[in-house]
Design a protein around this ligand. Structure first.
Ligand code: NAD
Length: 322
């Protein structure tokens, strides 16, 4: 089976090459470019494509993939909001994803954003590098006793809640279904409005879909505590960035930690030193001292990369088996 691997960074390539070192059944060809209407012509002569979070798997691209003989899509990520699943189904093109590669990687990254913001590590580090050991403006708060709201308590949300319980936080949750393991550990499920009203920190761990698009917006922010900390390691469009900026100006949002950004697809695979590619809303976000942004690296740990590679290959092999 010949597979075109898109959005393939050197570290993905190294892990996938190591995992297929002795394989005779799979031939992987690596493309750093993102799959889009412009690059879809590259797939001629392949059996399957492997894609990542920002590849374009809209109807237009899927139809072209199908016309060129692509039989399946093996995503190297958990979320599949970038895939038109209805169209894929209509084209009889199975879409595999990697649902469970390492929920703790993302959960720990959410916690890292919380600690960075709370203890102002990002600011302290620069001061100390300049020989400035003054603590003025760097006071944090104890997490112990704080109320943490978790929206979405699937794999990553559960791992996140477990860690926050370890800090001595009260953990309150919202999900469409309750997670029995978390209930047994003492988590409480509330309606969304109560979660907004009671949380000191809100962390998003639900998928992006029509009902969660811009979940964090002017109206939901109004229901939250003044100075709330918001953490998003899920998908960028869960947060209306412009309305979050208004919340930062007004003080409604005290801290904002983002690993994902709605427009990240535009610059995810570009040279990040070229600031011109940033849009103006993102540039503005970067000017706030109480905002920390990372570039979709929540998943990026050694174990997670290995699991992603192994599961992607298993998924492709499943397609080959009779
Ligand atoms: P999961 O499917 O295990 O859990 C998602 C949970 O969200 C489920 O319990 C589901 O019931 C719940 N949910 C669905 N709709 C909801 C709604 N409207 N309101 C509240 N909850 C809702 O998924 P997961 O593995 O925990 O991943 C969560 C998200 O994290 C993924 O969708 C993906 O977008 C994101 N993610 C980010 C990274 C990263 O590197 N930053 C890596 C992996 C996944």
């Amino acid at each position: 089976m010949k597979v075109a691997v898109f959005s393939c960074k050197p570290y993905d390539k190294r892990t996938l090459e190591a995992a297929t070192k002795d394989a005779t059944d799979l031939e992987l060809v690596f493309f750093e470019s993102r799959l889009s209407t412009e690059t879809v012509s590259l797939v001629q002569g392949y059996d399957a494509v492997s894609c990542f979070v920002n590849d374009d798997l809209s109807r237009e691209v899927l139809e072209q993939l199908s016309a060129k003989g692509i039989k399946a899509i093996a995503l190297r990520c958990a979320g599949y909001n970038n895939v038109d699943l209805y169209c894929a189904k209509a084209l009889s093109m199975p879409v595999f994803h990697v649902p469970d590669y390492s929920p703790t990687s993302v959960a720990e990254h959410a916690v890292a954003l919380i600690l960075t913001l709370n203890r102002k590590i990002h600011r302290a580090y620069h001061r100390v590098k300049e020989g400035n050991f003054a603590l003025e403006g760097l006071m944090g708060f104890n997490l112990e006793g704080k109320t943490v709201g978790c929206i979405g308590t699937g794999r990553i949300g559960e791992a996140f809640c477990r860690i926050m319980m370890g800090f001595g936080c009260r953990v309150i949750c919202y999900d469409l279904t309750q997670n029995q393991r978390l209930l047994e550990l003492g988590a409480e499920y509330l309606d969304l409005e109560s979660l907004y009203a009671q949380s000191d920190i809100i962390s998003l761990h639900c998928p992006l879909n029509a009902s969660t698009h811009h979940l964090i917006n002017k109206s939901s922010l109004e229901k939250m505590k003044d100075g709330v900390m918001i953490i998003n390691t899920s998908r960028g469009a869960l947060v209306n960035a412009q309305e979050a900026i208004d919340g930062l100006y007004s003080g409604k949002i005290g801290f904002l930690g983002l690993d994902v950004y709605e427009q990240e697809g535009k610059f995810f695979f570009e040279d990040m030193s070229d600031h011109i590619i940033y849009d103006s809303v993102f540039q503005l976000l970067l000017t706030f001292p109480n905002v920390v942004v990372t570039g979709h690296q929540g998943y990026f740990t050694d174990i997670a990369l290995r699991h992603i590679a192994d599961t992607t290959l298993e998924n492709l092999r499943q397609l080959q088996s009779p």
